[in-house]
Design a protein. Structure first.
Length: 399
């Protein structure tokens, strides 16, 4: 397998013009990595600062070699991320993507959290929480596949920790030369300060993670709506309407006595409305007719914009006669509606085609839509502003 070259799209306009206060999910990849690296830096900076303070104020309570090891670990992590941040600042002018920086951020964070949590004796509490929050923040911003691999390494590391701890050959908390508690069980001041700093750090990371995740969730909801809802009329779009129709058709087939009806309607002379009054008027007509259909639909009916000025209504558990009455009621209300646009009052009509399953050779949802559309075609060519059922259309064609 050949290795894919690293993406290096030259998009300086994307990286230079977006607002840093906007949604990070809309940023170029390299800018998301700059944000992620900045957030990750909170941990080594906060914990390293606390460690320096403890070594200065209470040197007798800690093992100096472990303190130096942790400070070296935190320092290397800070230098590593700082170097990538500086390089990214210049790289973003020509490139919008940096996969290597993403890998360094994810795997270095996991390594530092595991190592420092063991050395401070918090591998089963704060260490895991830091890892959890780190994944919480990174999941919307970075590659989920790299996060999975990093999490796999974490599991291996924790398994090793457990074996080391149960063997009794390794100190549980080598950072401390003696327990950080008084004789009465209360924590000494430096340990209390540590817990406070850690709690504040976790709260900051958690808050930022919640904001990022919330924006991710909001964007997913927006994309989901965009994929199912027509932007102008707020009706379901053609793709979702057909999906819902296929589901209802299958359900109807499993019930011998059930019936499923479909109404297709098309606005009469819609092109003339656009040509005469403008597209604003055409949009107003579409919105008004959509409102009329929704006002007259049952909760479990599906009303969709099928395409252009054509709409479709799915009526579960509805025989052909009742579907015809619904279509006739809609035809009457559309013809009576007064549509206001740019100081003008418009009146429009619509033609309807109605079909029902089971009926003749209808075998699937596509056949039901085709039968309703054929009836609609007959209504358009029979004078418009009328309702024609597939049964009537077939009788007229055979006669």
């Amino acid at each position: 397998m050949t290795q894919q070259p690293e993406l290096s799209s030259s998009l300086p306009e994307d990286t230079d013009t977006h607002s840093w206060l906007s949604n990070p999910l809309d940023w170029p990849h390299i800018d998301r990595m700059i944000l992620l690296a900045s957030l990750v830096l909170i941990c080594p900076v906060a914990l390293g600062g606390w460690l320096i303070g403890v070594a200065w104020v209470a040197p007798d309570w800690v093992n100096r070699p472990v303190v130096y090891a942790l400070l070296t670990l935190f320092g290397c992590h800070i230098l590593l991320l700082g170097s990538f941040l500086l390089a990214a600042h210049y790289r973003r002018r020509k490139h919008s993507h940096w996969s290597r920086m993403e890998s360094v951020i994810i795997f270095s964070y996991a390594l530092v959290c595991l190592t420092s949590s063991w050395l401070t004796g918090t591998q089963f509490t704060a260490g895991l929480l830091l890892l959890l929050l780190g994944v919480n923040i990174a999941s919307p911003l970075a590659s989920i596949h790299k996060l999975k691999r990093a999490y796999g390494l974490v599991y291996i590391g924790l398994a090793i920790f457990i074996v080391m701890y149960l063997s009794g050959n390794f100190s549980h908390a080598p950072l401390f030369s003696r327990p950080p508690y008084q004789a009465d069980g209360s924590p000494v001041m430096f340990w209390f300060v540590f817990e406070s700093v850690l709690a504040i750090t976790l709260l900051v990371i958690l808050y930022i993670g919640l904001i990022v995740t919330e924006r991710w969730s909001n964007r997913e909801d927006l994309y989901r709506e965009m994929s199912t809802v027509d932007g102008l009329t707020r009706l379901t779009n053609r793709r979702y309407f057909i999906e819902r129709g296929e589901s209802e058709f299958n359900r109807t087939q499993r019930t011998p006595t059930a019936q499923l009806s479909c109404i297709m309607l098309d606005i009469d002379h819609f092109k003339l409305i656009n040509d005469t009054h403008g597209h604003d008027a055409g949009d107003a007509v579409l919105v008004k007719i959509s409102e009329i259909m929704m006002d007259n639909a049952r909760q479990y009916d599906e009303v969709g914009r099928y395409g252009g000025e054509e709409f479709a209504i799915l009526l579960p558990a509805t025989p052909l006669e009742n579907a015809y009455k619904v279509a006739e009621r809609l035809r009457t209300r559309i013809a009576a509606a007064e549509i206001q646009c740019n100081g003008q009052t418009l009146n429009v009509t619509a033609s309807f085609g109605v079909a029902c399953y089971p009926y003749n050779d209808i075998q699937d949802m596509n056949g039901l839509l085709k039968a309703a559309d054929t009836a609609l075609y007959a209504a358009k060519h029979g004078g418009r502003n009328q309702v024609v059922t597939a049964r009537e259309q077939q009788l007229a064609a055979s006669g």
